[in-house]
Design a protein around this ligand. Structure first.
Ligand SMILES: Nc1nc2c(c(=O)[nH]1)N[C@H]1C(S)=C(S)[C@@H](COP(=O)(O)O)O[C@H]1N2
Ligand SMILES: [Mo]
Length: 410
């Protein structure tokens, strides 16, 4: 058979088998699919994604990446429709997922490898519900100078829903963690953008001490309902406090390893930052990059919405959330004068460890004009949010600068 398509543009050999698996159907003409083209049926349309999460901002459609504007994150418990989406590949098509066939494998440095159904997870382990923050390591990337490639997240790659599942620790203990286990490796059912079934879109892990933290969940529900398709249906990890990338979606396997995991997005500049401060734009040798662990102290102003109008001297409430990775919040302060003076906000206790904390302050503006409200959270280790992006790094991670909203007194 002859074709007019240059062979150079065709996927090599076994390349597209992952597409066929995700489609649930063979692709008789797969050898002619030009490299870089994603089957239409798998490239979930941006319209569908936005319909399932109205009001979110689409940053990329292949793969789908969406963030939530801060004023839509005002709920104490983030609704599923407001939780951001960070996809590195193509999610499994929800129509092709049969819950009864879903398996979670636990293997590697364990006494007894496990192969668990969803029913096994629900019946053999204690079910727990926890409100846990999930934030992308690249949240705030847009504000670094020089900029970094990748999704240009502003403030909205964060959410704090209530998750239901079983403790990762309980499942690992059931398999029997060997003393040789030092790191976890997480695998999901999504497909690499190339369609190459040998490549994972992302496979990250955490040191065994973090993996055994009692707050990590293998979750099947968010806010009492099955996980949304875009957020990992039917099963995902939630490893709160660390970059969201540790929380594998569409979870199929956890391998315990006797070395630091080297899966996709564990090496190079992925989720790693220089071990020492560098001047913006400096090339950093790979051996000087270290894996991000806890996310830094941060806060959002969720009310009022930026651009709001109030009357001079009118007393109104400002509120938002604050969180601090593995740590907790000690105080939140607000300013209406570009940080010259600060007033202490009321701070609520978190629902549980790793849940964000609600803060509120009553303020007024002295006379008509333009103001900004700034919020600054401090953590229990005495670290506070800076007014501008901190520690430049090649991929633009860990930007915990203060959130500012514009406000007019008229
Ligand atoms: N299987 C899989 N898991 C994944 C990802 C992915 O692309 N594939 N993205 C990770 C990243 S980078 C983040 S920030 C979180 C985002 O979770 P969410 O999309 O539910 O908000 O999922 C993580 N888990
Ligand atoms: Mo992420």
């Amino acid at each position: 058979m002859t074709t007019y398509t240059s062979r150079r543009t065709l996927l090599k050999g076994a390349g597209v088998s992952a597409f066929a698996a995700a489609l649930g159907a063979p692709m008789p003409f797969s050898r002619f699919l030009p490299e870089g083209l994603i089957p239409v049926a798998l490239a979930q349309s941006a319209d569908d994604a936005l319909r399932s999460k109205p009001g979110l901002t689409l940053l990329n459609d292949r793969p789908i990446n969406m963030e939530c504007p801060p004023h839509l994150l005002d709920d104490n418990v983030t609704p599923a429709a407001r939780l951001f989406v960070r996809n590195n590949g193509l999610p499994p098509q929800i129509e092709t997922i049969a819950d009864v066939d879903w398996r979670l494998t636990i293997d590697g440095e364990v006494e007894t490898p496990l192969n668990l159904t969803l029913a096994d997870l629900k019946s053999k382990f204690e079910t727990v519900s926890l409100q846990l923050q999930l934030e992308c390591g690249g949240n705030g990337r847009k504000f670094f100078r020089p900029g970094a490639s990748g999704n240009q997240w502003t403030f909205g790659a964060i959410g704090c829903p209530e998750w239901t599942g079983v403790r990762l620790r309980d499942v690992l203990n059931a398999a029997g963690v060997k003393s040789s286990a030092i790191y976890s490796a997480h695998y999901g059912a999504d497909t690499h953008l190339s369609g190459n079934s040998k490549k994972n879109p992302i496979s990250r892990g955490v040191p065994i001490e973090k993996a055994m933290d009692e707050y990590n969940l293998i979750a099947w529900a968010m806010n009492g309902a099955p996980l949304p398709a875009l957020n990992g249906y039917p099963l995902r990890l939630v490893v709160p406090g660390w970059p969201g990338s540790c929380s594998q979606k569409w979870l199929t396997k956890i391998t315990l390893r006797d070395q630091v995991h080297d899966g996709a997005k564990m090496t190079g500049t992925s989720y790693r930052v220089p071990a020492y401060p560098v001047a913006p734009g400096t090339p950093v040798p790979e051996e000087d990059m270290q894996i991000i662990q806890s996310m830094p102290v941060k806060s959002l102003i969720t009310f009022p919405q930026t651009g709001a109008r109030v009357s001079p001297k009118e007393i109104f409430e400002v509120r938002g959330h604050a969180w601090a990775g593995d740590d907790s919040i000690s105080s939140v302060d607000v300013s209406i004068d570009f940080g010259a003076t600060w007033a202490r906000a009321d701070l609520a206790r978190p629902k549980n460890n790793y849940a964000w904390q609600r803060w509120r302050a009553a303020i007024s503006l002295p006379q008509s004009g333009y103001y900004e409200i700034w919020a600054r959270a401090s953590d229990n280790k005495g670290r506070a949010q800076p007014p501008t992006p901190p520690g430049w790094n090649p991929k633009g991670y860990l930007n915990n600068m203060q959130h500012r909203v514009a406000i007019f007194a008229v």
